[in-house]
Design a protein. Structure first.
Length: 132
């Protein structure tokens, strides 16, 4: 693990939420994109060597829509930057760590991502990210 890549925050509306992070907190807005495989729109804001990722559901199929319905808006996950996501997933699997994704998926910025099951880490949802 290299660093915390980003902290994901589930929001109902990026348009309504973005001004606080950009204008009041002064974080550097890096852009918005849709991750259709996850049914989300994401906005990234840089803070030092890390980022805040705002996640807005695109529809009811989105895991973020289900999360907000169940728990409300707020911190969703912590993403960790890795050099070799396949190797890391294989190691975790061998160690018996419960995984949501045993194979990487394409995430924002065409990165490779995979989530660990929250029961592996006291209810915290961790995402592994390998940047292109």
């Amino acid at each position: 693990m290299n660093k915390i890549a980003h902290i994901g925050i589930a929001v109902s509306s990026i348009d309504e939420t973005l001004p606080f992070y950009r204008d009041q907190l002064g974080l550097e807005f890096k852009g918005v994109e849709e991750v259709e495989s996850e049914h989300v729109k994401v906005a990234f804001l840089k803070i030092g060597e890390s980022a805040i990722e705002l996640l807005e559901p695109l529809n009811a199929k989105s895991p973020i829509a289900k999360y907000i319905e169940k728990k409300g808006e707020g911190i969703h996950h912590i993403a960790l930057d890795v050099n070799d996501i396949d190797e890391r997933l294989n190691t975790l699997k061998e160690q018996g760590v419960p995984l949501i994704h045993e194979q990487p998926k394409v995430g924002a910025h065409d990165s490779q991502i995979a989530f660990l099951h929250p029961k592996a880490a006291n209810g915290v949802l961790f995402e592994l990210c390998q940047q292109k």
